[in-house]
Design a protein around this ligand. Structure first.
Ligand SMILES: [Zn+2]
Length: 281
């Protein structure tokens, strides 16, 4: 799908004056990239060459942006969260650790419209280092949690239906099933409620994540850490599944819980089972 020709790069100010010519160029199949201070900010694309519908994120010409592949991956997994029903619309967000800070999804932008250049780089205090958009409103907990868990490479936050239903009941996920260990411990705690986007929420989340890599947030959703974004995504799918199973079990009776000893055996086994090896180690 990529053209062999190099793209026509033009600054935003010049592009205004030459817009019709650029449109014509793009209709002929040339790629036109509009830049601001050397950074790509927009791309003209011929309507006769529609982008493939899903997971077509940016193009190789954007690869001048630092950590381009990680930006693409973050967007791909956010879209995947929506595709598999883990998340809806623009709620939920994701971050990945890079040299010097975090890459985080922007605030209030539909993932289908998000491009690698829209991903924001922040330092561990939340200061924007690079980007033309605001970082996710949940940057407080992304920064605080990722600073506290240096082995984690990525953090996903979603409002998935079943995990959020339990969170609205203020319930932890107890060891009713051994897979609870994907959250890094014997249970998955629910952090007490605090307003979204606040430091108070970050405090509550950090406490619930003590010795864990996943938690619920009361009346809000879930947070999952992973070695990388793919690992965090897989854990999020498992936790959403666990939440559905737990709700179903609760609807019929009182689920049988595994003992501390039984869960310790599982946690020990997970250490050597690469799929679920905990990023804390
Ligand atoms: Zn949220």
């Amino acid at each position: 799908m990529n053209t062999k020709q190099s793209p026509i790069k033009i600054s935003a100010t010049d592009a205004n004056q030459r817009f019709s010519r650029l449109l014509a160029e793009s209709e002929q199949g040339h790629e036109v990239v509009i830049t601001r201070r050397g950074k790509p900010v927009a791309r003209l694309q011929s309507i006769h060459q529609p982008k493939s519908e899903t997971h077509d994120i940016g193009s190789p010409i954007d690869s001048g942006i630092p950590d381009f592949e990680i930006r693409r991956e973050l967007i791909a997994y956010c879209r995947k969260m929506n595709d598999v029903g883990l998340n809806q619309g623009t709620s939920g967000n994701a971050s990945a650790r890079v040299s010097g800070g975090l890459l985080i999804t922007p605030s209030g932008l539909d993932y289908e419209r998000t491009e690698p250049v829209d991903i924001v780089k922040v330092d561990m205090e939340g200061k924007v280092l690079r980007g033309h958009r605001n970082p996710s409103s949940e940057w407080h907990f992304h920064c605080r949690v990722m600073a506290a868990k240096p082995k984690a490479g990525a953090l996903l936050h979603t409002h998935s239906i079943n995990a959020t239903t339990l969170a609205c009941l203020g319930r932890d996920i107890p060891p009713f099933h051994y897979m609870v260990a994907v959250g890094g411990g014997r249970d998955i705690r629910c952090a007490p409620y605090a307003t979204f986007g606040t430091e108070k929420l970050a405090d509550a989340v950090l406490e619930a994540l003590e010795g864990r890599i996943a938690c619920l947030m009361a009346n809000h959703g879930m947070i999952v850490l992973g070695r990388d974004i793919d690992d965090a995504f897989k854990r999020a799918v498992e936790i959403e599944t666990l939440a559905a199973q737990y709700l179903k079990a609760l609807s019929i009776g009182k689920p049988q819980l595994l003992t501390v000893g039984e869960m310790n055996v599982v946690l020990e086994k997970f250490k050597s089972y690469s799929a679920w090896a905990d990023p804390k180690r």
